[in-house]
Each structure stands twice: as structure tokens, then as C-alpha cells.
Design a binder for this molecule. Sequence first.
Ligand code: C2E
Ligand code: CA
Ligand code: CA
Length: 741
Amino acid sequence: MDEREKLNGRSAGAAGRAGAAAPTVAELRDVNERLLIAGLREQELAAALEAERAQLVAVLAGIADAVLVVDREGRVVRTNTAYARMFSDADPDAGGTPEDAGEQPVSTAATIRARAGRGETFSQSFSVAGGDGARRWFEANGQPLHTDDGAARVVVVIRDITARRRAEDALGRAARENSLLAAAVANLETGVVITDPHQPDNPVVFCNPGFADVTGYGADDVLGQNCRFLQGPDTDPTTIGHIAAAVAARHPFRDVILNYHHDGTPFWNELVINPVYDAAGDLTHFVGALTDVTARVHLREELRRQALHDALTGLPNRLLFHDRARQALLDAPRARRPLALLLLDLDGFKEVNDTFDHHAGDLLLQQVAERLRGGLREGDTVARLGGDEFAVLLPGDDRAGATVAAGKIADTLAAPVVVDGHTVRTRASIGIATYPDQGADVDMLLRRADVAMYTAKRTRTGVALYAPELDRYTPGRLALVEELRTAIAHDGLRLHYQPKIDLATGRVARVEALVRWQHPRRGLVPPDRFISLAEQADLIGPLTRWVMGEALRQCGAWRRAGLHLGVEVNLSAANLRDAALVEDVEGLLAAHAVAPAALRLELTESAIIADMAHTAAALTRLAALGVGIAIDDYGTGYSSLAYLKRLPIDEIKIDQSFVRRLATDETDATIVASTIGLAHSLGLLVVAEGAEDEETVARLAALGCDMAQGYYYSRPLPPRELERWLRWRDAEAGGLLSARP
Ligand code: C2E
Ligand code: CA
Ligand code: CA
């Protein structure tokens, strides 16, 4: 079309010039010919042009890119089918969403058209939201098209680059992720190591800086090496075997293993190994992660140790002892070996605690633990079960062996201990139970050793073997408490009286009331068996009141019958804290018409010292009534006489353990002698208890001791028998000893 106008224009110009001179015929023919030719050409040309146009239109329709032609005003003057297809489901003028804004300058079809309208060459990408909400990306290239009529247009070719962009995005993301992962691995405190199982000996092909932190080995040391350089002499071969097996089977592995740092120090390594497979499922590498968990392992070991050991002495505790004993009992039948279990407690411990303070008690326990530990053989276990109670496990020992071992332990513990500058003597009572004859489980053996220990304490023998007949002394505790409560309330108790002899005159000065329990099935139960139970069960108040009432009733009865005997009653520490004690005593004295001077109360040192404030007040009020007060078991506590003398005390009873050894032990003889001297200088009467033979009595008399009490004279007796004994004695002495009104 334009071409034809162009041609037309040119021919008009030629005709104009021809008008200046008239053309000849020949010229006209020539012109005609030329015109004819030109006309023919014009037709050809037009056809050729039309063909070309059709081709172009076909091409435009056929290409995948959208093409549009935009005029100066930004109007779309032509589009191809791809354009229509491309934007059929989208609003090409819809702008990008704000989220895109940061990524890419947002362009819309409208801005493309605006740029095209300015007639520039440009290249620009833009995005539009599709009808389904999915964003699609395009790249537009504008190329100005200059036409002869000066109506500039721009051909814009728009290509859908969504797929390309997505691919690029994915790549970028992968790259970003890779660098993130690399940074993460580089910054991990965990050691990361990668090995290549396709190379000989599975060498390290990568390690991160964390690996150097954990192991001390840098990349230069380890690349190309197998990781076994981390192993050392104490690495558990079993764990190494597990690693090898997991690697061979291409299985993951996880365990805590002892490895060695570059500098040789061992550390606990929590090692995780995982095989890595490619997309085809073939093994490519192993990745190992190493964490130093030494602190955690040590903490766990420490917690375990603490859970199984006694904090004060460091000895195994009850839990660990049970465990060891159970294990030993499992092994014993196979090894056809006996086993002995010893239970031990300290006789003087409570006194040390009461007399000094708990710190001293702790020090004593520590020294006892040290001595016990020192006497052990390989395989023996000594444990602290609580308080002053210890247990010893002697695998391989029968009754004879255990008795020897227990004797040695008793000897070791008998040696004086210096605690906080004080010399302290403790004795141990040890009970023995043996496997297989006395039980096959830990609890049974412990129970029986406990029965034996009680016997050792009761009989003051130090060591006792369990025997079934001892069981009657250890009935069930709770049932016992109830039975005792009933006995106190319903006349189940009895008093026996043991005389106390004046060594100068041979007269019976007083009798000590000692309680017994007339048990319906067990027979006569000795006080050692139930006094501490009464104390623990809060029955000691009513028990003491009964003893006091009965002793005073008996005393009054004897007096009315012409038998002038003073009575002595034992008190527990708890009695001194009882606010009603003094009134009770006063009331009972009045009720039975007994003079206060006829009553003497006995208290142990530990009972006095346990609660000095209460004790001093109570004793002062009792003394004010005119009641005598004696210190019982003197010498087993650690108080000084000068200290006790500040209390209203008029008598001390030297403990029978000193008296019994008076004739044989020089130290004990010295203690008794100096105690008598000191007590006298303080104006106190001295009684020796536990005088069992004539020689002892003679020595006591020689030392100036005032009174003696013991089996040599008489065991504690029921009232009728005591009266008979007194008559017999008086008869023997020709009536010289009879007490007068
Ligand atoms: P204790 O007050 O030291 O009583 C002396 C204990 O030694 C008595 O034991 C007595 O039978 C025993 N005994 C006396 N002479 C000898 C001897 O020559 N050789 C030997 N080996 N032992 C001798 P018993 O009667 O079994 O009393 C034991 C403990 O029970 C008493 O020791 C006392 O602490 C406590 N007890 C007894 N009756 C009462 C009571 O009514 N109230 C309180 N709170 N405690 C009591
Ligand atoms: Ca006593
Ligand atoms: Ca005593």
C-alpha cells in the first residue's frame, strides 16, 4: 500500500518534468511501454507484497511470543494471537503485588505501553497475576518502527519467562541454601566429618572447624585419614566393633565412646554416624557428628555416685549395699561360697552427739568409716545405712570367718578416737547373719543380722551371731507399740528391784526399780527391748508415771512394814521436757505418804545434756522438793564432772563397763579411781554398778567408793524375792543389817 503511493508519487513527478517539452511519439510509446511495464511491475510488486504480508501475519500468528504494535499515543494498533492467548486469563494492567516490590521493579502492561508510546528501544520484565492467582513473568522488548508517514510505532515482543524465572529462582534458592548450610556447618560446635567409603580405608574428605575444637585435629591432620586416630587405650573395643559393623552394614550408628584429643586427654564423644545416599539410592558418603559430652558424663557419674553413696563418709549407702548384696547372693550359689552380712552400730554415738555437737558426731562417723574401710579385703563392701548404723558384706565368709572379721572390726573401733580435741571411746555392737544357712535374700539376712546386733547390744558382748531363738526379742514394731500401750494402761508392767549396798557398812541403802514387761506370749521382756520404743512412740510419759507410782506405792508399803528402803527410779530425757513431771512426782509422793528424800531419780549424762535449759530448770525444782538426783552410766558420756556439778546432783553411778574391767584393765582402774577422787572432792556420792565378783567389790572398797550394785550381791528381783533376799542376808549377818524404822 505505502509502496504503491510511493511509486505513484514518483511517476507524478516524472510527468511534471515531461510537461516542459512536448514528448515525441516515440517518446510516448516509450513512455507507454514503460508505463505498461511499470503497471505490470506494480501488480507483481503488490502481489509480492501481499504474499510477504500474509507470510508475516502467519509468522506473527504462529510464534509463541506475543507481539503488539503501539502507536505514539500508546494505543495498541495491532496484536497477534499469542498476545490474546497470553493475556486471556489475566488482566495485563493489574500491578504486581507489594511483596514483589522488593524483588523487582513492578511493571504492568500499561507501563510497557507507555514506554512504547515514547518511541524508545527498551527491554523490560514485568509480572502479572493470573486468574488462578499464580504470578506469571514476562519480558518485553520494544523496537521503534519508523514509517515514511512519520507515524512512529513501536513493535513490542513479549515473552513468557515464568518457567525460566522459576528455574532461576530454584537455583538461587538452592545456592542460598547451600551457602547457609555451609555457614551452619562451619559454625557448629559439633564436629562434623565426612568420609568417602569408596576410597580405601574410608578416609576423611571433609571436616568442619568444630571437629578441630572437639578433637584438637585440624583438617590438615585428618584429610585422607581413617578416623581411628581418635581411639586410644581405654576406648571400649566393643563400641569400636559396633561402629565397624554399622559402617559395613551401612546402618546409622549412635553411642557415647571414649576418644582421645590430639593432646592425649581422653574425652567422651557422643558420636552419630549416618550413611548418605544419592538420588539413585547409592551410598556416597558417611557423615559423622561428634559432640564432647565429657562434662555430661561426669555429671551423670557424679549424680550416680551421690545417689549411691553417703555424703558424709563417702561409703556406699543402703541402696548400693542392697545392690551389691543382691549381686553377691546371685553369685554365691554358682561359686559354692558362703557369705556373711554384718550389721553394726556404735554404742556411745548418741552420747557424743548430745554431749558435743553434731559436728563432733560427724567427725566420729567419718573416722569410724575410715577404720572400717581400712579393714576390708578386696570384694568386701562396707556401707553406712544411716545414723550410726553400718553394714559389711563379706563374700566367702562363713560363721567362723565372719566372727573373726567382726572381732577385728570391734577391736579397731574400740581404740579411742580424737574428735575436736576430745578423746572419745565408742564400742560397736555387731550382728552377723550368714548365707546359706540363715537366709538367701538381702532383706532376710539384714533382718537377722539386726536381731543378732540387738542381742550383741543387750548382752554387751560386742559381737553376736544370729540364732532363731533370738527372734522372740524382735517382734513386729507396730504391734508391739499397741501392746505396750495396753500393758502400761492395764497393769502389764512389773518392777524388779536391785539393791545397792553401802560398802562401808554392808547395809542395803536403797533399791533401784527396773521395769519389766510381763508379756502374755513373750514372757518377761527386759527394758532394753521396749524403753526406746516407748520413747519413740511417745509412751515414755505414761510409762514413767506408772513406774514412779508403783515404786512409791511399794516404798510406802515397805516403810509401813518397817522396811526402810529408799527407791531409785530411772528417767528418760523426754521426761525432763514434760512440764507435768515435777507436779506428778510431788503428787505421787503425797499420795503414797513417802518422804521426798526416800526417792532418787537417775538420769544419764546424755539425757541431761541433750536439753540443758529444760534439764536445769526441772532438776532444780525436783531438788527443791527434796528428791535426790543421780547421774547414771557415768563415764559413757563425755561431760566433765565439774560441769555437771553446777546442777543439783548428789550422786554418780560409774558405768558398769568400767567397773567390769576394773580388775583386769589398768586404764579403767585409773579412770574409776580418779572419778571417785574427783566426785568426792565435789561432794558427790559414788556408786559402782555392775559389780559381779568379790575382787571387784574389794577393789571398789579400797578405792573409797561409797556404794556398789551388781550381780555379786543380787540381780534385780521381784518385791517378794527381794524381801526374802533381805531376810536371808540379815540372818547371815546376825540381824546386823536389818533396816530400822
Ligand atoms: P540401768 O539403769 O543402767 O540399769 C542397770 C542395768 O544393769 C539393769 O539392766 C541391771 O539388771 C543390769 N545389771 C545390774 N547389775 C549388773 C551386773 O552385775 N552385771 C551385769 N551385766 N548387769 C547388771 P536392766 O534391768 O535390763 O535395765 C536396763 C536398762 O533399762 C537400765 O539401765 C535403764 O537404763 C533402763 N530402764 C530400766 N527400767 C527403766 C525405767 O523404769 N525407766 C527408764 N527410763 N529406763 C529404765
Ligand atoms: Ca539406772
Ligand atoms: Ca546404769
